[in-house]
Design a protein around this ligand. Structure first.
Ligand code: UDP
Ligand code: MN
Length: 182
């Protein structure tokens, strides 16, 4: 029998984006099977209509996922980003990997060098070392830049695939107003 080297948990922070979730799953299941990834997708939903806290959802899903299986790596994934290229491998990274390098709505360019939001992959070992995401970022923005600071603080670095490969299409939605406290 042939077994993948690593078990990957894909974590989707979610609230009221049902049409995106359907498109995401229809796109991702075939792609991940083509890549022969041993994966489980966890959709972690915030109840109610209070201020969204994406980082807390991702931290909670990390802990819950480890109750299901001994995952080696975690991929934190916006529900509205669809990878365009099968070479963009959803495997374990040696260093924290920012995956959504080139997004169509950003003209396939990196908006700024330390960006870590959108789609990112982190090993369990590094996620423990980094002590997860900060739970303090309510509303849009900041939690990803805070994680980039944690990565630098711990003398790790953000790795990336080439922008010719790490390409994504973003599904359209209303732009959230950035939190003034981010
Ligand atoms: N998200 C969600 N519902 C919301 C806000 C955010 O499901 O009301 C999740 C979803 O996975 C989304 C991600 O958080 O892709 C990032 O939010 P958003 O797409 O609004 O951020 P932006 O594209 O402006 O960076
Ligand atoms: Mn989005």
């Amino acid at each position: 029998m042939c077994r993948a080297l690593h078990k990957i948990a894909i974590i989707i922070p979610f609230r009221s984006r049902e049409e995106h979730l359907l498109l995401f799953l229809q796109h991702m299941h075939p792609l991940l099977r083509r890549q022969q990834i041993d994966y489980t997708i966890f959709v972690v939903e915030q109840e109610g209509n209070g201020t969204f806290n994406k980082a807390t959802l991702m931290n909670a899903a990390y802990k819950e996922a480890l109750n299901f299986n001994n995952f080696h790596c975690f991929i934190f994934h916006d529900v509205d980003l669809l990878p365009e290229d099968d070479r963009n491998l959803y495997n374990c990274p040696e260093q924290p990997r920012h995956m959504s390098v080139a997004i169509d709505v950003f003209k396939y360019r990196l908006p700024y060098e330390d960006i870590f939001g959108g789609v990112c992959a982190i090993s369990k070992e590094h996620f423990e070392l980094l002590n997860g995401f900060s739970n303090s970022f309510w509303g849009w923005g900041g939690e990803d830049d805070d994680m980039a600071n944690r990565i630098r603080y711990h003398k790790l670095y953000i790795s990336r695939y080439p922008f010719t490969i790490a390409k994504y299409t973003m599904l359209t939605h209303k732009k959230s107003r950035p939190s003034p406290h981010r």
